[in-house]
Design a protein around this ligand. Sequence first.
Ligand code: 6R9
Length: 662
Amino acid sequence: MTTPQPETAGLENLLHETRSFPPAPDFAAAANAQASLYNAAQADRLGFWATQARELISWHTPFTQTLDWSDAPVARWFADGTLNAAYNAVDRHVEAGHGDRVAIHFEGEPGDTRTVTYADLQREVARAANALAALGVSKGDRVVIYLPMLVESVVAMLACARIGAPHSVVFGGFSADALRSRIADAQATLVITADGGYRRGAPSALKPAVDEALAGEGAETVKHVLVVRRTGQETAWTPGRDIWWHDALESADTFHEPVWVDAEHPLFILYTSGTTGRPKGILHTTGGYLTQAAYTHQTVFDLKDGDVFWCTADIGWVTGHSYVVYGPLTNGATQVLYEGTPDTPHRGRWWELIEKYRVSILYTAPTAIRTCMKWGDDIPAAYDLSSLRVLGSVGEPINPEAWMWYRRVIGADKTPIVDTWWQTETGAIMISPLPGVTATKPGSAQVPVPGISADVVDDEAHPVPDGGGGYLVLTEPWPAMLRGIWGDRQRYEDTYWSRFRGLYFAGDGAKRDDDGDIWLLGRVDDVMNVSGHRLSTTEIESALVAHDIVAEAAVVGASDDTTGQAVVAFVILRGEHADRAATPEGAQAVQEELRQHVASQIGPIAKPKRILVVPELPKTRSGKIMRRLLRDVAENRAVGDATTLADSSVMDLISAGLGAGT
Ligand code: 6R9
């Protein structure tokens, strides 16, 4: 891990963003969030959360305790209350007379659509819960869900919640081996999958990966596989083990009494990759998680009656859990669920969907925003995006250039942008501006949401002053916090609580600007140390992307005999400039131009030692750049394990293309 160094003056300017966008008065006047929320939460943090839990969640047995921290760092929130997450997400809205409200506008990649009301959802979830129970799944059993983005995926998660069986969703793009290791770690008894899903215009099989996973070691606990028929493609079948979802649901009753569970009953396990190969099963429980998911969804996105919400994340990631399933449905929202990729059958598909469903709140990732930016302004310009009123970003630092594009081109230069920092481990949004309250700054997540306490500290755990940099920590327990790593308390304590005594170590570098606002600088392993100067990969990437000819950039620190680390940049040029680097002379000219540009934007110290023009960047399936692989290239090593890449051929493309002018 690199030690943050005191900032050098020359590095300040890029993140010393001076643009600021105060809320529009009419938006502020009508906003759900008011500045007084911060004061209320500060005056009585626990009381504040207890109020949210009572107002936003329906309890079967009301709780009397708010936080029990006696077994720190494992928290217990609202522990003597009982509830059911599926009841909160579905039934109570029907009971309140909103059965006809649309819960999900589903759009399949081939263009098939399905409108699901809350009453429909209630029937489906109840039938699925009965079907699971009939297969012998009961409270506490683990169910692995390996599905594309379908209505059935949401129903499957809620059916598990309804019977108190923690689900573990495994992203449909993961390999059979990744699936097997997660099934084995969770000791799941049931897998819910599909024959396949549609991806880039063609059916893509899923079931074979399940068959392969179950043939492997450690997966013997699985008794049944429920299979959703989506594509109708030919599917190998193991009689006695495999059951069609529609057959199981057809015979199931539409009434099901929810299983009331303790607030601390496990709701789900979600695996996330750690620094070692073994995935970490992040454990979330029911009451606190649901409270913070609902609260942040309502406050950070300013959710109102009549809004149409669209979070583009896959349910295989935590963002899909909290802002496709539990947050929006607990709040009774109407949302869009889209199965496919943004460029199928054309690059305007997302904007077409926003126009079609009058989406008013869009929540997506910087990588998607930069991709759309690369495709050009004329594509979104062809659609009516006037329904949009709040835009969100999540997953990685958003460079100011992409932020400004998002606001100008998608948000008609007026829509507030909420840059939300959080993690699988935190369960819900932790740091974000509040629309209508915060004057936003391009590239900064800014302030902890009311009720959350975060800080930036130095190596000795001392808070840094405004203008200083260090590590992001969370200083007080929060309702949606992870309750541990499945089956491994020691690893939980070691990973998150051993770096700084009594503080949760998030693993992200951060700085405070002169106003005290927080800027996330990427994972601390992405922080470079060049000649004793702390340089952030994000900062240099932002500078590169701010240049006209650059579409995307990834920066790594490669070990260097003299400077410790050296800055190596990988850039994708914008379409119309791509040819410029085709010849060695052209590539050299481009490199020199970009080096000078970084020098002028940040300072000579940040000038990349090497700039490599590449056709693609290696990204995980959740869109995070895999810098580890780029470091292998930069340090002239054989490229390491690339199995978690979304597209495993990217590294071959990169290696093949190098040579010219590097
Ligand atoms: C929700 C999610 C968590 C890591 C986190 C950080 C990065 C997420 C960010 C952000 C800067 C933001 N991250 N949101 N960095 N600004 N708004 O993405 O969870 O997949 O567990 O990733 O993502 O590095 O530590 P997860």
